[in-house]
Write a protein that binds this ligand. Structure first.
Ligand code: NAP
Length: 325
């Protein structure tokens, strides 16, 4: 019996071509860890930024990329209930250690392998770790969303999950997008109103629809703050989870006048209780059938370089990687 596995790895940060797929020793779970036979791995912006060296994390000899994935636990380490062997799980934070999900097996702390409902697909499971968790942290924690008006900027992976989680929580949801393809995704996700943020009538369209937005899940604070200020009710909260350009200049007096709360979140620095609460939200939403897949763009593991380049190019949909079984 072989104790090898196929894995994508890189030994130094750099362009996507630092990645290669080859056989390496299959890891075993240490104390408190589980080993997961990966079915589907997912690519997130954080994975390509990490590989490119934009969010440096020390590499201990070799790194298997990708935080998110889904599969089945096939071994547990000391201190982990052996009854977990055979459990279908989705993974989060896998590539914070050496064993990301772009491989046939991954090893993660037991608490980062979370039970996946029997009727939920591995594809859906692979979209939960970063996108749905980020959406959940951004949306919840500020009281009930029932009857509230929520603006979700963008219908990318996080935006898609945010639209669905906000609807599931009883909010009315407006999504802002750049064009018809993204509009179709936001509509299918369940947004009540979809507005093109490049349209000069965007603010009016949102004002006609809502007396005042209560919460914004914001992907681009700099470009969107004027719109957010124009459509938010007094005391609203704008939660920013992304930065892809220079830091914006904040119009402090206008934000004060509007009583606007600006909140910033980074999943990796969220405290454990907040992460645990978000996991409960995501699991409940999956169990309720409230989360569905955005359009899927599939690659085999052998095309890891192409998959990461496609992520860098800004995909219209979610990039998944099929791992050989
Ligand atoms: N803080 C955290 O912990 C955390 C967690 C997850 C993700 N992130 C970051 O969040 C960003 C998005 O992640 P993702 O996985 O959702 O990526 P994605 O699937 O590529 O989606 C990004 C979306 O942002 C939209 N967008 C860009 N500018 C916009 C604007 N001015 N208004 C509205 N939408 C706009 C894009 O749509 P158009 O191209 O149509 O504009 C695209 O749909 C990445 O930078 C990622 O690194 C951070």
């Amino acid at each position: 019996m072989t104790h090898q596995m196929l894995a994508a790895t890189y030994a130094a940060e750099g362009p996507a071509t630092v990645l290669s797929v080859h056989e390496i020793d299959r890891p075993g779970p240490g104390p408190g860890q589980v080993r997961v036979r990966i079915r589907v791995s997912a690519v997130n912006p954080t994975d390509v930024k990490g590989r490119a060296g934009l969010t440096p994390r020390p590499i201990d000899g070799l790194q298997v990329p990708h935080m998110d994935g889904a599969g089945v636990i096939d071994a547990v380490g000391e201190g982990v209930d052996p009854a977990r062997i055979g459990e279908r799980v989705w993974l989060m934070f896998a590539a914070l250690g050496p064993w990301g999900t772009a491989a046939q097996w991954a090893v993660v702390p037991a608490e980062h392998a979370i039970g996946l409902a029997d009727d939920a697909s591995f594809d859906l499971g692979a979209t939960l770790g970063v996108p749905a968790m980020t959406a959940a942290v951004c949306l919840f924690g500020g009281g009930s969303l029932a009857g509230r008006d929520v603006l979700v900027a963008g219908s990318g992976a996080v935006g898609h999950a945010a639209i669905q989680l906000a609807r599931w929580a009883g909010a009315r949801v407006v999504a802002t997008v750049s064009g018809p393809q993204k509009a179709a995704i936001a509509e299918r996700a369940g947004a009540h109103l979809v507005v093109n943020y490049r349209d000069p009538r965007a603010v009016q369209a949102i004002r006609d629809w809502s007396p005042g937005i209560d919460r914004v899940v914001e992907v681009a604070l700099g470009p969107n703050l004027e719109l957010d200020l124009a459509v938010c009710r007094r005391g609203a909260t704008v939660v920013t989870y992304a930065i892809d350009g220079p830091d914006p200049v904040i119009p402090v007096r206008r934000c004060m006048g509007a009583g606007l709360s600006l909140r910033f979140m980074l999943l990796y620095s969220e405290p454990s209780p907040e992460l645990a609460a978000a996991i409960r939200v995501v699991r409940a939403a999956v169990a309720a059938g409230a989360l569905t897949m955005p359009p899927i763009i599939r690659f085999p593991l052998s095309q890891i370089v192409a998959a990461q380049l496609a992520q860098e190019a800004g995909p219209v949909g979610k990039i998944l990687i099929d791992v050989p079984q």
